[in-house]
Write a protein that binds this ligand. Structure first.
Ligand SMILES: NC(=O)c1ccc[n+]([C@@H]2O[C@H](COP(=O)([O-])OP(=O)(O)OC[C@H]3O[C@@H](n4cnc5c(N)ncnc54)[C@H](OP(=O)(O)O)[C@@H]3O)[C@@H](O)[C@H]2O)c1
Length: 442
Protein backbone atom coordinates (compact mmCIF):
# COMPACT_ATOMS: atom_id res chain seq x y z
CA UNK A 1 0.00 0.00 0.00
CA UNK A 2 1.13 3.53 -0.76
CA UNK A 3 1.89 5.28 2.51
CA UNK A 4 -0.80 7.85 1.81
CA UNK A 5 -3.18 5.62 -0.05
CA UNK A 6 -5.51 6.11 -3.00
CA UNK A 7 -6.17 2.62 -4.32
CA UNK A 8 -9.54 0.90 -4.23
CA UNK A 9 -8.66 -2.30 -2.42
CA UNK A 10 -6.49 -2.33 0.69
CA UNK A 11 -5.14 -5.58 2.11
CA UNK A 12 -4.89 -6.12 5.84
CA UNK A 13 -3.29 -8.78 8.02
CA UNK A 14 -5.38 -9.56 11.06
CA UNK A 15 -3.12 -10.67 13.91
CA UNK A 16 -5.65 -12.22 16.27
CA UNK A 17 -9.03 -13.56 15.39
CA UNK A 18 -10.70 -13.78 18.78
CA UNK A 19 -13.45 -11.52 20.12
CA UNK A 20 -12.27 -8.29 18.47
CA UNK A 21 -10.71 -9.91 15.38
CA UNK A 22 -13.91 -11.72 14.56
CA UNK A 23 -15.87 -8.50 15.07
CA UNK A 24 -13.61 -6.79 12.52
CA UNK A 25 -14.11 -9.59 10.00
CA UNK A 26 -17.88 -9.38 10.44
CA UNK A 27 -18.14 -5.60 10.07
CA UNK A 28 -15.92 -5.62 6.99
CA UNK A 29 -18.03 -8.39 5.42
CA UNK A 30 -21.47 -7.18 6.44
CA UNK A 31 -20.89 -3.48 5.76
CA UNK A 32 -18.72 -3.88 2.68
CA UNK A 33 -21.04 -1.83 0.45
CA UNK A 34 -21.62 0.88 3.07
CA UNK A 35 -17.90 1.26 3.71
CA UNK A 36 -17.13 1.36 0.00
CA UNK A 37 -19.79 3.97 -0.64
CA UNK A 38 -18.47 6.11 2.24
CA UNK A 39 -14.77 5.80 1.50
CA UNK A 40 -14.34 4.37 -1.97
CA UNK A 41 -12.34 1.55 -0.42
CA UNK A 42 -12.69 -2.17 -0.11
CA UNK A 43 -10.79 -3.74 2.76
CA UNK A 44 -9.57 -7.25 2.09
CA UNK A 45 -8.57 -9.49 5.00
CA UNK A 46 -5.60 -11.24 3.41
CA UNK A 47 -4.52 -13.22 6.43
CA UNK A 48 -5.81 -14.13 9.82
CA UNK A 49 -3.39 -15.17 12.51
CA UNK A 50 -4.07 -17.19 15.64
CA UNK A 51 -2.40 -19.77 17.87
CA UNK A 52 -4.65 -22.69 17.04
CA UNK A 53 -6.00 -22.66 13.46
CA UNK A 54 -7.97 -25.87 14.01
CA UNK A 55 -10.53 -23.80 15.95
CA UNK A 56 -11.37 -21.86 12.82
CA UNK A 57 -11.32 -24.61 10.19
CA UNK A 58 -15.06 -24.75 9.69
CA UNK A 59 -16.13 -21.20 10.42
CA UNK A 60 -18.23 -19.41 7.84
CA UNK A 61 -15.86 -16.51 7.20
CA UNK A 62 -13.97 -18.53 4.60
CA UNK A 63 -10.72 -16.86 5.66
CA UNK A 64 -7.99 -19.39 6.39
CA UNK A 65 -6.34 -19.05 9.79
CA UNK A 66 -2.57 -19.41 10.17
CA UNK A 67 0.07 -19.20 12.88
CA UNK A 68 2.61 -17.60 10.56
CA UNK A 69 2.92 -13.95 11.62
CA UNK A 70 5.97 -13.24 9.45
CA UNK A 71 4.22 -14.36 6.24
CA UNK A 72 1.12 -12.35 7.12
CA UNK A 73 3.19 -9.19 7.60
CA UNK A 74 5.41 -9.88 4.59
CA UNK A 75 2.54 -10.31 2.12
CA UNK A 76 3.21 -7.56 -0.45
CA UNK A 77 -0.52 -6.91 -0.87
CA UNK A 78 -0.92 -6.22 2.86
CA UNK A 79 -0.60 -2.53 3.66
CA UNK A 80 -2.02 -2.50 7.20
CA UNK A 81 -1.25 -4.87 10.04
CA UNK A 82 -4.07 -5.05 12.61
CA UNK A 83 -2.91 -6.30 16.00
CA UNK A 84 -5.77 -7.70 18.10
CA UNK A 85 -3.92 -10.52 19.83
CA UNK A 86 -3.40 -8.96 23.24
CA UNK A 87 -0.38 -9.60 25.47
CA UNK A 88 2.95 -7.78 25.39
CA UNK A 89 5.88 -9.71 23.94
CA UNK A 90 4.33 -11.31 20.85
CA UNK A 91 2.51 -8.14 19.70
CA UNK A 92 5.52 -5.96 20.47
CA UNK A 93 7.65 -8.16 18.27
CA UNK A 94 5.02 -8.37 15.53
CA UNK A 95 4.31 -4.63 15.48
CA UNK A 96 8.01 -3.80 15.39
CA UNK A 97 8.44 -6.16 12.42
CA UNK A 98 5.43 -4.65 10.65
CA UNK A 99 6.68 -1.08 11.14
CA UNK A 100 10.18 -2.03 9.98
CA UNK A 101 8.58 -3.55 6.86
CA UNK A 102 6.89 -0.20 6.15
CA UNK A 103 3.39 -1.34 7.10
CA UNK A 104 0.95 0.86 8.99
CA UNK A 105 -0.34 -0.65 12.24
CA UNK A 106 -3.72 -0.60 13.96
CA UNK A 107 -3.84 -1.92 17.50
CA UNK A 108 -6.37 -2.27 20.34
CA UNK A 109 -3.68 -3.13 22.86
CA UNK A 110 -3.53 -0.56 25.69
CA UNK A 111 -1.26 -2.72 27.84
CA UNK A 112 1.35 -2.78 25.09
CA UNK A 113 1.07 0.94 24.37
CA UNK A 114 1.28 1.83 28.05
CA UNK A 115 4.47 -0.22 28.39
CA UNK A 116 6.15 0.36 25.01
CA UNK A 117 4.16 3.07 23.24
CA UNK A 118 6.99 5.58 23.08
CA UNK A 119 9.40 3.05 21.54
CA UNK A 120 6.85 1.85 18.96
CA UNK A 121 5.78 5.36 18.00
CA UNK A 122 9.40 6.34 17.50
CA UNK A 123 9.90 3.29 15.30
CA UNK A 124 6.81 4.16 13.26
CA UNK A 125 8.14 7.69 12.73
CA UNK A 126 11.50 6.31 11.69
CA UNK A 127 9.91 4.14 9.00
CA UNK A 128 7.43 6.78 7.82
CA UNK A 129 4.36 4.82 8.84
CA UNK A 130 1.68 5.27 11.51
CA UNK A 131 0.12 3.52 14.47
CA UNK A 132 -3.63 3.92 15.09
CA UNK A 133 -5.02 2.93 18.47
CA UNK A 134 -8.58 4.19 18.86
CA UNK A 135 -9.80 0.87 20.32
CA UNK A 136 -7.18 0.88 23.07
CA UNK A 137 -9.17 3.30 25.26
CA UNK A 138 -12.91 3.52 25.73
CA UNK A 139 -13.82 0.70 23.31
CA UNK A 140 -16.14 2.14 20.70
CA UNK A 141 -15.99 5.75 21.99
CA UNK A 142 -13.91 7.82 19.52
CA UNK A 143 -11.96 9.54 22.28
CA UNK A 144 -8.52 9.30 20.63
CA UNK A 145 -9.91 10.94 17.50
CA UNK A 146 -11.52 13.62 19.66
CA UNK A 147 -8.30 14.40 21.52
CA UNK A 148 -6.04 14.38 18.48
CA UNK A 149 -8.37 16.01 15.98
CA UNK A 150 -11.76 17.31 17.13
CA UNK A 151 -10.44 19.05 20.26
CA UNK A 152 -7.03 19.95 18.88
CA UNK A 153 -7.71 23.69 19.34
CA UNK A 154 -8.04 23.25 23.08
CA UNK A 155 -5.66 23.33 25.98
CA UNK A 156 -7.04 20.38 27.94
CA UNK A 157 -7.22 21.17 31.65
CA UNK A 158 -8.77 17.97 32.95
CA UNK A 159 -9.89 14.54 31.84
CA UNK A 160 -12.06 12.34 34.06
CA UNK A 161 -13.18 8.90 32.98
CA UNK A 162 -14.90 5.65 33.78
CA UNK A 163 -12.64 3.63 31.52
CA UNK A 164 -12.98 0.07 32.77
CA UNK A 165 -16.30 -1.60 32.04
CA UNK A 166 -15.58 -4.62 34.27
CA UNK A 167 -15.14 -2.47 37.38
CA UNK A 168 -18.15 -0.37 36.47
CA UNK A 169 -20.23 -3.51 36.06
CA UNK A 170 -19.10 -4.81 39.49
CA UNK A 171 -19.76 -1.47 41.20
CA UNK A 172 -23.17 -1.20 39.57
CA UNK A 173 -24.13 -4.68 40.80
CA UNK A 174 -22.90 -3.87 44.32
CA UNK A 175 -24.87 -0.62 44.41
CA UNK A 176 -28.07 -1.84 42.80
CA UNK A 177 -28.34 -5.30 44.38
CA UNK A 178 -26.53 -4.73 47.66
CA UNK A 179 -24.05 -7.47 46.70
CA UNK A 180 -20.62 -7.91 48.21
CA UNK A 181 -17.59 -7.29 46.02
CA UNK A 182 -16.94 -11.06 45.85
CA UNK A 183 -20.50 -11.85 44.69
CA UNK A 184 -20.50 -9.07 42.09
CA UNK A 185 -17.15 -10.28 40.75
CA UNK A 186 -18.44 -13.85 40.53
CA UNK A 187 -21.42 -12.66 38.51
CA UNK A 188 -19.16 -10.60 36.24
CA UNK A 189 -17.06 -13.70 35.62
CA UNK A 190 -20.12 -15.89 35.05
CA UNK A 191 -21.43 -13.71 32.24
CA UNK A 192 -17.99 -13.13 30.68
CA UNK A 193 -17.58 -9.52 31.85
CA UNK A 194 -14.52 -10.31 33.97
CA UNK A 195 -11.64 -12.62 33.22
CA UNK A 196 -10.82 -15.69 35.34
CA UNK A 197 -7.91 -13.63 36.71
CA UNK A 198 -9.51 -10.19 37.14
CA UNK A 199 -6.44 -8.54 38.70
CA UNK A 200 -5.65 -6.14 35.85
CA UNK A 201 -9.17 -4.73 35.96
CA UNK A 202 -10.02 -4.68 39.67
CA UNK A 203 -6.59 -3.42 40.77
CA UNK A 204 -7.18 -0.37 38.58
CA UNK A 205 -4.12 -1.10 36.41
CA UNK A 206 -6.13 -1.38 33.21
CA UNK A 207 -7.63 2.04 33.93
CA UNK A 208 -4.18 3.44 34.72
CA UNK A 209 -2.82 2.14 31.40
CA UNK A 210 -5.68 3.78 29.52
CA UNK A 211 -5.32 6.99 31.51
CA UNK A 212 -1.61 7.04 30.62
CA UNK A 213 -2.50 6.98 26.92
CA UNK A 214 -5.33 9.53 27.18
CA UNK A 215 -3.37 11.89 29.43
CA UNK A 216 -0.38 11.79 27.09
CA UNK A 217 -2.61 12.94 24.26
CA UNK A 218 -4.65 15.38 26.33
CA UNK A 219 -1.79 17.13 28.11
CA UNK A 220 1.00 16.73 25.52
CA UNK A 221 3.33 15.24 28.08
CA UNK A 222 4.68 11.71 28.20
CA UNK A 223 2.60 10.08 30.94
CA UNK A 224 3.57 6.60 32.17
CA UNK A 225 1.52 4.18 34.17
CA UNK A 226 3.95 4.72 37.06
CA UNK A 227 3.05 8.43 37.19
CA UNK A 228 -0.46 7.48 38.25
CA UNK A 229 -1.50 7.03 41.91
CA UNK A 230 -3.53 3.85 41.99
CA UNK A 231 -6.23 2.29 44.19
CA UNK A 232 -8.45 -0.52 42.90
CA UNK A 233 -11.96 -1.59 43.82
CA UNK A 234 -11.04 -4.95 45.33
CA UNK A 235 -11.16 -3.80 48.94
CA UNK A 236 -14.48 -1.96 48.71
CA UNK A 237 -17.12 -2.98 51.24
CA UNK A 238 -20.81 -3.30 50.40
CA UNK A 239 -21.67 -1.23 53.48
CA UNK A 240 -19.80 1.79 52.08
CA UNK A 241 -21.87 1.65 48.91
CA UNK A 242 -24.93 1.72 51.17
CA UNK A 243 -23.65 4.62 53.30
CA UNK A 244 -22.69 6.71 50.28
CA UNK A 245 -26.11 6.01 48.76
CA UNK A 246 -27.70 7.50 51.88
CA UNK A 247 -25.46 10.56 51.45
CA UNK A 248 -26.55 11.00 47.81
CA UNK A 249 -23.54 9.45 46.05
CA UNK A 250 -22.54 6.39 44.03
CA UNK A 251 -19.01 4.95 43.85
CA UNK A 252 -17.26 4.81 40.48
CA UNK A 253 -13.71 3.85 39.60
CA UNK A 254 -12.43 7.05 37.99
CA UNK A 255 -9.26 7.80 36.10
CA UNK A 256 -8.46 11.48 36.66
CA UNK A 257 -5.88 13.72 35.07
CA UNK A 258 -5.76 17.43 35.93
CA UNK A 259 -3.38 20.31 35.47
CA UNK A 260 -2.42 21.64 38.92
CA UNK A 261 -0.09 24.63 38.91
CA UNK A 262 2.26 23.42 36.20
CA UNK A 263 2.08 19.79 37.23
CA UNK A 264 -0.27 16.92 36.43
CA UNK A 265 -2.31 15.23 39.14
CA UNK A 266 -2.87 11.71 37.81
CA UNK A 267 -4.85 9.10 39.70
CA UNK A 268 -7.17 6.14 39.51
CA UNK A 269 -9.34 5.37 42.51
CA UNK A 270 -12.86 4.49 43.61
CA UNK A 271 -14.56 7.86 43.91
CA UNK A 272 -17.83 9.16 45.33
CA UNK A 273 -19.80 10.72 42.49
CA UNK A 274 -22.83 12.81 43.38
CA UNK A 275 -26.10 11.39 42.05
CA UNK A 276 -26.73 14.63 40.19
CA UNK A 277 -23.53 14.18 38.16
CA UNK A 278 -23.70 12.72 34.62
CA UNK A 279 -21.06 10.13 35.59
CA UNK A 280 -23.34 8.67 38.25
CA UNK A 281 -25.69 7.36 35.54
CA UNK A 282 -22.95 5.47 33.70
CA UNK A 283 -23.88 1.91 34.63
CA UNK A 284 -22.85 -1.65 33.87
CA UNK A 285 -20.23 -2.07 31.15
CA UNK A 286 -20.55 1.48 29.85
CA UNK A 287 -17.67 3.95 29.81
CA UNK A 288 -17.69 7.74 29.93
CA UNK A 289 -15.04 10.40 29.65
CA UNK A 290 -15.33 14.06 30.60
CA UNK A 291 -12.88 16.37 28.90
CA UNK A 292 -12.38 20.01 29.92
CA UNK A 293 -10.98 22.16 27.12
CA UNK A 294 -10.17 25.83 27.58
CA UNK A 295 -12.27 26.76 24.55
CA UNK A 296 -14.93 24.06 24.43
CA UNK A 297 -15.61 23.79 28.17
CA UNK A 298 -16.89 20.44 29.40
CA UNK A 299 -17.48 17.67 26.86
CA UNK A 300 -18.90 14.32 27.88
CA UNK A 301 -18.28 11.14 25.86
CA UNK A 302 -20.41 8.10 26.67
CA UNK A 303 -20.72 4.62 25.16
CA UNK A 304 -19.78 0.99 25.26
CA UNK A 305 -16.24 0.62 26.51
CA UNK A 306 -15.69 -2.93 25.32
CA UNK A 307 -17.36 -5.84 23.57
CA UNK A 308 -17.04 -7.35 20.14
CA UNK A 309 -18.77 -4.92 17.82
CA UNK A 310 -18.13 -1.67 19.72
CA UNK A 311 -14.40 -2.41 19.85
CA UNK A 312 -14.35 -3.64 16.26
CA UNK A 313 -16.14 -0.43 15.25
CA UNK A 314 -13.13 1.55 16.50
CA UNK A 315 -10.65 -0.84 14.85
CA UNK A 316 -12.44 -0.61 11.49
CA UNK A 317 -12.56 3.18 11.78
CA UNK A 318 -8.78 3.11 12.30
CA UNK A 319 -8.25 0.77 9.32
CA UNK A 320 -10.22 3.14 7.10
CA UNK A 321 -8.53 6.21 8.60
CA UNK A 322 -5.17 4.71 7.76
CA UNK A 323 -6.30 3.57 4.32
CA UNK A 324 -7.71 7.01 3.49
CA UNK A 325 -4.50 8.65 4.66
CA UNK A 326 -6.06 10.82 7.38
CA UNK A 327 -4.42 8.96 10.27
CA UNK A 328 -0.93 8.75 8.70
CA UNK A 329 -1.17 12.46 7.92
CA UNK A 330 -2.18 13.35 11.49
CA UNK A 331 0.42 10.98 12.91
CA UNK A 332 3.12 12.64 10.83
CA UNK A 333 2.07 16.18 11.81
CA UNK A 334 1.06 15.82 15.44
CA UNK A 335 3.86 15.46 17.90
CA UNK A 336 1.88 12.98 19.92
CA UNK A 337 3.36 10.09 21.72
CA UNK A 338 6.89 9.89 20.59
CA UNK A 339 10.25 10.47 22.20
CA UNK A 340 10.19 14.24 21.75
CA UNK A 341 7.37 14.79 24.23
CA UNK A 342 8.55 15.98 27.63
CA UNK A 343 8.15 13.54 30.49
CA UNK A 344 5.10 14.44 32.56
CA UNK A 345 5.66 16.48 35.71
CA UNK A 346 3.52 14.30 37.93
CA UNK A 347 2.30 15.81 41.19
CA UNK A 348 3.36 13.57 44.11
CA UNK A 349 0.42 11.60 45.51
CA UNK A 350 0.61 13.19 48.98
CA UNK A 351 0.13 16.65 47.44
CA UNK A 352 -3.03 15.77 45.52
CA UNK A 353 -6.19 17.29 46.95
CA UNK A 354 -9.71 15.93 47.28
CA UNK A 355 -12.73 16.01 49.44
CA UNK A 356 -12.87 12.79 51.48
CA UNK A 357 -15.38 10.28 52.83
CA UNK A 358 -14.28 8.51 56.02
CA UNK A 359 -15.92 5.63 57.83
CA UNK A 360 -14.52 4.80 61.23
CA UNK A 361 -15.51 1.67 63.12
CA UNK A 362 -15.65 2.63 66.77
CA UNK A 363 -16.80 1.57 70.20
CA UNK A 364 -20.06 3.15 71.25
CA UNK A 365 -18.43 5.37 73.87
CA UNK A 366 -18.54 9.12 74.49
CA UNK A 367 -15.80 11.29 73.02
CA UNK A 368 -15.04 9.23 69.87
CA UNK A 369 -16.41 11.80 67.46
CA UNK A 370 -14.57 14.59 69.31
CA UNK A 371 -11.33 12.61 69.00
CA UNK A 372 -11.82 12.22 65.26
CA UNK A 373 -12.65 15.86 64.65
CA UNK A 374 -9.62 16.95 66.73
CA UNK A 375 -7.30 14.68 64.72
CA UNK A 376 -8.67 16.13 61.47
CA UNK A 377 -8.42 19.69 62.79
CA UNK A 378 -4.77 19.18 63.83
CA UNK A 379 -4.01 18.61 60.13
CA UNK A 380 -6.10 21.51 58.89
CA UNK A 381 -8.95 19.35 57.58
CA UNK A 382 -12.42 20.74 58.03
CA UNK A 383 -15.50 18.57 58.24
CA UNK A 384 -18.39 19.01 55.81
CA UNK A 385 -20.85 16.58 57.41
CA UNK A 386 -21.06 13.85 60.06
CA UNK A 387 -23.43 10.93 59.85
CA UNK A 388 -23.90 8.29 62.51
CA UNK A 389 -26.54 5.75 61.56
CA UNK A 390 -28.76 4.67 64.43
CA UNK A 391 -27.84 1.19 65.59
CA UNK A 392 -29.53 -1.42 67.70
CA UNK A 393 -28.89 -1.22 71.44
CA UNK A 394 -26.08 -3.50 72.52
CA UNK A 395 -24.24 -3.40 69.16
CA UNK A 396 -20.51 -3.51 69.90
CA UNK A 397 -19.09 -1.51 67.00
CA UNK A 398 -20.65 1.55 65.45
CA UNK A 399 -19.81 3.31 62.21
CA UNK A 400 -19.12 7.04 62.13
CA UNK A 401 -19.21 8.52 58.64
CA UNK A 402 -17.57 11.87 58.00
CA UNK A 403 -17.21 13.86 54.80
CA UNK A 404 -14.59 16.58 54.61
CA UNK A 405 -13.84 19.68 52.63
CA UNK A 406 -10.81 19.69 50.36
CA UNK A 407 -7.58 18.45 51.91
CA UNK A 408 -4.30 16.99 50.73
CA UNK A 409 -3.69 13.25 50.73
CA UNK A 410 -0.65 13.82 52.93
CA UNK A 411 -2.64 15.66 55.61
CA UNK A 412 -5.38 13.04 55.44
CA UNK A 413 -2.91 10.16 55.87
CA UNK A 414 -1.48 11.81 58.99
CA UNK A 415 -4.95 12.43 60.45
CA UNK A 416 -5.99 8.85 59.68
CA UNK A 417 -2.93 7.49 61.48
CA UNK A 418 -3.99 9.43 64.58
CA UNK A 419 -7.63 8.36 64.26
CA UNK A 420 -6.70 4.71 63.89
CA UNK A 421 -4.41 4.94 66.91
CA UNK A 422 -7.37 5.94 69.11
CA UNK A 423 -8.32 3.20 71.59
CA UNK A 424 -11.97 3.38 70.66
CA UNK A 425 -11.33 2.86 66.93
CA UNK A 426 -11.68 -0.83 66.18
CA UNK A 427 -10.56 -1.22 62.56
CA UNK A 428 -8.62 0.79 59.97
CA UNK A 429 -10.75 3.74 58.92
CA UNK A 430 -12.08 3.46 55.39
CA UNK A 431 -11.39 6.53 53.28
CA UNK A 432 -12.51 7.37 49.77
CA UNK A 433 -12.22 10.49 47.65
CA UNK A 434 -15.18 12.56 46.49
CA UNK A 435 -15.29 13.86 42.92
CA UNK A 436 -15.17 17.63 42.63
CA UNK A 437 -15.41 18.76 39.07
CA UNK A 438 -13.05 21.48 37.86
CA UNK A 439 -14.41 24.84 36.79
CA UNK A 440 -15.65 24.56 33.22
CA UNK A 441 -13.51 27.38 31.89
CA UNK A 442 -10.71 27.12 34.41
N1 LIG B 1 -12.56 -7.83 24.01
C1 LIG B 1 -12.79 -6.54 24.17
O1 LIG B 1 -13.92 -6.11 24.45
C2 LIG B 1 -11.68 -5.55 24.00
C3 LIG B 1 -11.94 -4.18 24.16
C4 LIG B 1 -10.91 -3.24 23.95
C5 LIG B 1 -9.65 -3.70 23.65
N2 LIG B 1 -9.42 -5.05 23.54
C6 LIG B 1 -8.05 -5.47 23.23
O2 LIG B 1 -8.08 -6.19 21.99
C7 LIG B 1 -7.08 -7.19 22.00
C8 LIG B 1 -7.72 -8.53 21.66
O3 LIG B 1 -8.70 -8.84 22.62
P1 LIG B 1 -9.73 -10.05 22.40
O4 LIG B 1 -10.76 -9.90 23.47
O5 LIG B 1 -10.18 -10.11 20.99
O6 LIG B 1 -8.80 -11.30 22.73
P2 LIG B 1 -9.10 -12.85 22.44
O7 LIG B 1 -10.55 -13.08 22.23
O8 LIG B 1 -8.41 -13.62 23.49
O9 LIG B 1 -8.38 -13.13 21.04
C9 LIG B 1 -7.00 -13.12 20.88
C10 LIG B 1 -6.66 -13.67 19.52
O10 LIG B 1 -5.25 -13.54 19.30
C11 LIG B 1 -4.67 -14.82 19.04
N3 LIG B 1 -3.37 -14.83 19.67
C12 LIG B 1 -3.05 -14.53 20.95
N4 LIG B 1 -1.73 -14.63 21.16
C13 LIG B 1 -1.19 -14.99 19.98
C14 LIG B 1 0.11 -15.28 19.53
N5 LIG B 1 1.16 -15.20 20.37
N6 LIG B 1 0.31 -15.62 18.24
C15 LIG B 1 -0.74 -15.70 17.40
N7 LIG B 1 -2.02 -15.45 17.75
C16 LIG B 1 -2.24 -15.10 19.02
C17 LIG B 1 -5.64 -15.83 19.64
O11 LIG B 1 -5.46 -17.07 18.99
P3 LIG B 1 -6.41 -18.33 19.32
O12 LIG B 1 -7.76 -17.97 18.74
O13 LIG B 1 -5.79 -19.48 18.61
O14 LIG B 1 -6.43 -18.44 20.79
C18 LIG B 1 -6.98 -15.17 19.34
O15 LIG B 1 -7.38 -15.41 18.02
C19 LIG B 1 -6.42 -7.12 23.38
O16 LIG B 1 -5.27 -6.31 23.33
C20 LIG B 1 -7.48 -6.45 24.23
O17 LIG B 1 -6.94 -5.75 25.35
C21 LIG B 1 -10.39 -5.97 23.70
Amino acid sequence: MEKTVGEQTVGIALLGTGVVGRGVIDILAQQRDLLRSRTGLTIEVRSRVCRDPSKYEDDETGIKATTNIADAIGDPKTGIVVEVMGGIDAPRHAISAALAAGKHVVTANKALLAAHGAELFELAKKHGVSIAFEASCGGGIPIIDALTRGLVANRIDALIGIINGTCNFILTQMAQNGWTYADALKEAQRIGFAEADPTMDVSGRDSAQKLAILATLAFNQQVSETDIALTGIDTLKAEDLQFVDDLGYVIKLLGIGERVEGQLALRVHPTLVHKGDLMSDVSGGFNAISVYGHAIGHQFFYGRGAGQTPTASAVVADILGVAMGTIPHAFERLNVFHGRLKKARALPADQMESRFYLRATTQDTPGVLAGMTQALARHGISIAAVHQPEIAAGTKHVPIVVTTHKASEGAMQKALAEIDAMKSVQAPTVFLRILERPAEFG
